[in-house]
Design a protein around this ligand. Sequence first.
Ligand code: BES
Ligand code: MN
Ligand code: ZN
Length: 503
Amino acid sequence: MKITFEKSRIDKIGADACLFLFYQDKKLFNEELSVIENLMKCKIARVSLEDFEGKQNQTVLVYSGDHRIILSGLGFRKDLTLERIRKAVARGVKKAKSLKIRKLAMEILQDQTLEGVEIEDVARAQTISSILALYTFDKYFTNKENREIPGVKEIVLFSQYNSLTKYSKDIERGIISGKIVGEATNFARDLGNEPSNVIYPETFADIVVKQSKNRPYTVEVLDKKSITKLKMGGVLEVARGSGREPRFLVIKYNGGRKNDSPYVIVGKGVTFDSGGISIKPAAGMGLMKVDMGGGAAVVGVFEAISQLKLPLNVIGLIPLVENMPSGNSFKPGDVITAYNGMTIEVDNTDAEGRLILADALSYASKYKPKAVIDMATLTGASIVAIGSVASIVMGNDPELVQKLSLAGEQTYDRVWELPLWEEYDSMIDSEIADVKNSGQTRQAGTILGGMFLKRFIGDYPWAHVDIAATAMRDRETDYDPKNASGAGVRLVTQFLMNEAHGN
Ligand code: BES
Ligand code: MN
Ligand code: ZN
């Protein structure tokens, strides 16, 4: 999708419709109406507004002369947040889409209300929200009529104030970075939404290798032979029951100085999680094609940071497996040996994500990382804990966790911290091996996932982001569609942007 900033007057843009953002405050509401009437040289019949009051979830379409005007509510000005702008934009562009609008002009919100928020941030937020809200995954409908109606093809941001033009460079920067991050998120969504007969370890690797040809990052694909040689027991054992061979991706982006220690970003890449011998119930199992959402997010992060040209060195590690029951499967009671030599008693083959992450996290040590962040759809318990409003973060370094929390607030790809207290540690002790892959009870499921990973962490600051609740959605929200959401891409990209800018 094309998104640009246009300095000329709105009537020169030639859009099929215009989108304006409205406060609920009476005075500001009426001022905005007269702004539109002046800009478009039209009169908006007040009755055509119906019950539109600028409330947060309201949108309305009005016709005036030749113009189609979409109004989207922000709520009261005192409650304004960047997220409310994103939501108002998302509803507005979806309304435009439902009206088959191809070229949409959208007002950029100029308001100094938000402390510490620059016009560049607003432009970025409006751009990202538009791109995320207009995402569709309809490639498998053969009947054209079953496909989504044609989407908005072009958005032109404009300002009602001439004074804004002095900010046009900032606005353009916001649009460019917003477009990169939005499209990187949609790339991760596509990976997640592809069914597991199309995306399995080998084809996931192929897609990322192909994508890297156009970008300044490289991808090394370790095949089963190399993984065997490295003695990555977690990856090998989980993959054993499947007809699909495992892969292990090492992605490298060197935007920093030669000797800068790298950030390592790890993603769980289970291309389908049936649960294995500890098989999952049938209902909703199809969504487990998105169990590689952490890996997809890692790829999205590389898409974003390499195009943003961040001056950092970053390494991505993605263990890729399919978890299936068969005569060859690993089984409850098995003892396996991870990459770092530690032994793991398999209590439940459905706690497979932590087994492949154990290999990847201990492998990460060899890069002497500045910090390691892993993203994984690890526990159903995280959904029970806080619902799909945020991901869970845990870690061994309060500063790193705090930085991720900040990046979460900035992007609204949010995280909430749970503790890794030592009292939980003995709950994953095994009677026959160094550690067990699940607890005895249903208590603290998400934390025990974190405690397990903690045992494989090297000498580096580490944070684990459990995205089970956010990576796969069972219903559409303002700018997240149903199914794969690309959770984690905006979070970790923003974190790295902040690191690059010395925040
Ligand atoms: N991939 C699942 C977690 C999951 C569940 C993600 C629902 C998204 C939605 C993970 O591999 C898993 O099965 N975890 C188990 C762990 C348990 C066996 C200790 C779980 O959450 O039940
Ligand atoms: Mn599982
Ligand atoms: Zn899983």
